[in-house]
Design a protein around this ligand. Structure first.
Ligand SMILES: *[C@@H]1O[C@H](CO)[C@@H](O)[C@H](O)[C@H]1NC(C)=O
Ligand SMILES: *[C@@H]1O[C@H](CO)[C@@H](O)[C@H](O)[C@H]1NC(C)=O
Ligand SMILES: *[C@@H]1O[C@H](CO)[C@@H](O)[C@H](O)[C@H]1NC(C)=O
Ligand SMILES: *[C@@H]1O[C@H](CO)[C@@H](O)[C@H](O)[C@H]1NC(C)=O
Ligand SMILES: *[C@@H]1O[C@H](CO)[C@@H](O)[C@H](O)[C@H]1NC(C)=O
Ligand SMILES: *[C@@H]1O[C@H](CO)[C@@H](O)[C@H](O)[C@H]1NC(C)=O
Ligand SMILES: *[C@@H]1O[C@H](CO)[C@@H](O)[C@H](O)[C@H]1NC(C)=O
Ligand SMILES: *[C@@H]1O[C@H](CO)[C@@H](O)[C@H](O)[C@H]1NC(C)=O
Ligand SMILES: *[C@@H]1O[C@H](CO)[C@@H](O)[C@H](O)[C@H]1NC(C)=O
Ligand SMILES: *[C@@H]1O[C@H](CO)[C@@H](O)[C@H](O)[C@H]1NC(C)=O
Ligand SMILES: *[C@@H]1O[C@H](CO)[C@@H](O)[C@H](O)[C@H]1NC(C)=O
Ligand SMILES: *[C@@H]1O[C@H](CO)[C@@H](O)[C@H](O)[C@H]1NC(C)=O
Length: 386
C-alpha cells in the first residue's frame, strides 16, 4: 500500500482533534518545491513598486538627480555591466548622500574584486542608509572582494536592515569569516539576511562566521543561507554552538541544505539551538544531507527545548530518515506544546504504516497546533487511481 495514502488516511482520522487546517503535499520531483517560494517573492515585490525611484538602465540612473534620491531601486541583473559599468555606477552612488533605502540588483554581471571594492567605498559614503539590499549573486567575487565589501559596509553605522546576497561567488572560508567580523561593526543591525550559498566556505568558514555572529548583539531577525558549502558535521556543530550564544534571536531562518551534515551534526545543531530560548519562529532547511534515523530524532528532541517556538518549518527532504526516524521525530514533536504552525518536509521512502501511524498520533499531542503542512517526498512515481 502506498505510504502517502497511509499518511493521508491517518491524518484524516485525526482531523477531529485540535488541528484546524492540514495541507498535505507530496513531491515526486524536488524541483517542484521551488515554485511556491518564487510565487511569494514576486507578490512581495509587486506591492512595493509604487513609491520607489526605479532604474533598470544604467545611463538613466547616471543622468538622474543623484542628491535627491532617498529610496532607490536599481535592477541591472544579467546586464554584463562589467568592471567599467560597476565603476560608473559606484561613482554615481557615492553622490547619493541622502539615500536611506537602496535595493541594488547586480546578479550575473561578471563583476569581480575591484567592482566589489568600488561599490563598497561608494556605499560607505551613503551614511544615511538604513535599509540596504544588495544582490551580487553569480559574479566573480573572491575572498578579497568580500573582505573589502565587508569593511566598507562596516562604516554604514545606521544600517538596521541588511540583505546581502553573494550566492555562487568564490569567497571561501576566509571571505565568509572576514565578512561576518566586519559586518558585526554595524551595531544597529536588527534584521540581517546573509546568503552565501555555493561559495566553498567549508567547516572553517561556518565556524568563523558563527563566531562573528555572536557579536551582532541587536539582531532579532536572522536569515543565514549557507546551502551547498560542504560545512559537514564540524561546521554544523560549530555554527550551532555559536548561535546558542545569540540569545536575543527571535526569528531564525537557517539554510544548511546540501552540506554533508550527518546524524551527529544534526543532533548537535538541535541541542545547541535549544539554548536560543527567545526563538519564536524557526525555519531550518536541512534537505540533501546525510541525516538518518538518529539525526532526525536527535534534532527533534533538541529543538523541543525551544520552549517559545510557535512556528517551525523543518525541511528534512532527501535524507533517509526511515521508519525509526519518523517515530523518533514524531515523539519529539509531541513535546512542542506551544507550537501553532508546523511545516515539515520528509522523505516518505522507508517509512511504513507503523511509522506513519506513530508519527501522526504523536502530533495529536501538540495541543496548540492549528496549521499543519506536511510534505512527503517520494522517489518512486505515484499512480493514484481515484
Ligand atoms: C561623500 O559624502 C559627502 C557628504 O556625506 C559628500 O560631500 C561627498 O561629495 C561625497 N563624495 C562623493 C565622491 O560624492
Ligand atoms: C526599511 O524597510 C522596512 C521594511 O522592510 C520599512 O518598513 C522601512 O520604512 C524602511 N525604512 C526606510 C528608511 O526606507
Ligand atoms: C571607513 O571608515 C574608516 C574610518 O572610520 C576609514 O578609514 C575608511 O576609509 C572607511 N572606509 C571606506 C570604504 O570608506
Ligand atoms: C526599503 O527597503 C526594504 C528592504 O530592506 C523594503 O522592504 C522596503 O519596502 C523599502 N521601504 C520603502 C519605504 O520603500
Ligand atoms: C570594527 O570595529 C573595531 C573596533 O570596535 C575596529 O577595530 C575594526 O577595525 C572595525 N572593523 C572594520 C572592518 O571596520
Ligand atoms: C527595518 O525593517 C523593519 C521591518 O522588517 C522595519 O520595521 C524597520 O523600521 C526597519 N528599520 C529601518 C531603520 O527602516
Ligand atoms: C567580537 O567582539 C569582541 C569585542 O567587541 C572582539 O574582541 C572579538 O574579536 C569579536 N569577535 C569576532 C569574531 O569578530
Ligand atoms: C523581524 O522581521 C519581522 C518580519 O519578518 C518584522 O515584522 C519585525 O519587525 C522584524 N523585527 C525587527 C526588530 O526589525
Ligand atoms: C546550552 O546550555 C546548556 C546549559 O543550559 C549548556 O550546558 C550547553 O553547553 C549549551 N550549549 C551550547 C551549544 O552552548
Ligand atoms: C558562547 O558562550 C560561552 C559562555 O557563555 C563561551 O564559553 C563560548 O566561547 C561562546 N561561544 C562563542 C562562539 O562565542
Ligand atoms: C529574551 O527576550 C527578553 C525580552 O523579550 C529579554 O529580556 C531577554 O534578555 C532575552 N534573552 C533571553 C536569553 O531570554
Ligand atoms: C519575528 O517575526 C514575526 C513575523 O514573522 C514578527 O511578528 C515578530 O515581530 C518578529 N520578532 C521580532 C523580535 O522582530
Amino acid at each position: 500500500m502506498n505510504i502517502i495514502l497511509t499518511f493521508l488516511r491517518f491524518l484524516l482520522q485525526k482531523v477531529n482533534l485540535q488541528i484546524d487546517i492540514i495541507y498535505l503535499f507530496f513531491f515526486i520531483d524536488l524541483q517542484l518545491i521551488q515554485f511556491p517560494y518564487i510565487a511569494i517573492q514576486n507578490q512581495k515585490k509587486k506591492q512595493m513598486i509604487q513609491q520607489i525611484k526605479k532604474y533598470n538602465i544604467l545611463e538613466e540612473f547616471l543622468n538622474s538627480s543623484l542628491q535627491s534620491h532617498q529610496i532607490l531601486d536599481i535592477y541591472l541583473g544579467y546586464n554584463r555591466i562589467g568592471k567599467e559599468g560597476a565603476f560608473f555606477l559606484s561613482t554615481a552612488l557615492k553622490s547619493c548622500t541622502n539615500l536611506q533605502n537602496l535595493t541594488l540588483d547586480l546578479y550575473f554581471n561578471e563583476i569581480g574584486e575591484q567592482s566589489a571594492l568600488d561599490l563598497g567605498s561608494a556605499l560607505a559614503n551613503c551614511t544615511n542608509l538604513s535599509n540596504l539590499t544588495l544582490y551580487l549573486r553569480s559574479n566573480r567575487i573572491s575572498k578579497e572582494g568580500a573582505l573589502g565589501l565587508g569593511s566598507a559596509l562596516a562604516n554604514c553605522t545606521n544600517l538596521s536592515n541588511l540583505t546581502l546576497n553573494l550566492d555562487s561567488n568564490q569567497i571561501g572560508a576566509q571571505g565568509a569569516s572576514g565578512l561576518g567580523t566586519a559586518l558585526a561593526n554595524c551595531t544597529n543591525l536588527s534584521n540581517l539576511i546573509l546568503s552565501l550559498e555555493s561559495n566553498q566556505i567549508g567547516a572553517e568558514g561556518a565556524l568563523g562566521l558563527g563566531m562573528a555572529l555572536v557579536n551582532f548583539t541587536n539582531l532579532s531577525n536572522l536569515t543565514l543561507n549557507l546551502g551547498s558549502n560542504k560545512i559537514g558535521q564540524e561546521g554544523a556543530l560549530g555554527l550551532g554552538s555559536a548561535l546558542a550564544n545569540c540569545t536575543n534571536l527571535s526569528n531564525l531562518t537557517l539554510n544548511l541544505s546540501f552540506n554533508e551534515i550527518d546524524d551527529q551534526g544534526a543532533s548537535g545543531l538541535g541541542s545547541a539551538l535549544a539554548n536560543c530560548t527567545n526563538l519564536t519562529n524557526l525555519t531550518l532547511d536541512l534537505q540533501e544531507n546525510k541525516i538518518w534515523e538518529e539525526g532526525a530524532s536527535g534534532l527533534g528532541y533538541g529543538l523541543a527545548n525551544c520552549i517559545n517556538l510557535s512556528n517551525l518549518t523543518l525541511n528534512l527532504g532527501s535524507n533517509i530518515i526511515g521508519k525509526e526516524g519518523a517515530i523518533g521525530l514524531g515523539s519529539a514533536l509531541a513535546n512542542y506544546t506551544n507550537l501553532s504552525n508546523l511545516t515539515l518536509t520528509i522523505e516518505s521512502d522507508g517509512i511504513d504504516e507503523e511509522g506513519a501511524l506513530s508519527f501522526v498520533s504523536a502530533l495529536a499531542n501538540c495541543t496548540n497546533l492549528s496549521n499543519l503542512t506536511l510534505s512527503l517526498q517520494q522517489k518512486q512515481f505515484l499512480c493514484l487511481t481515484l
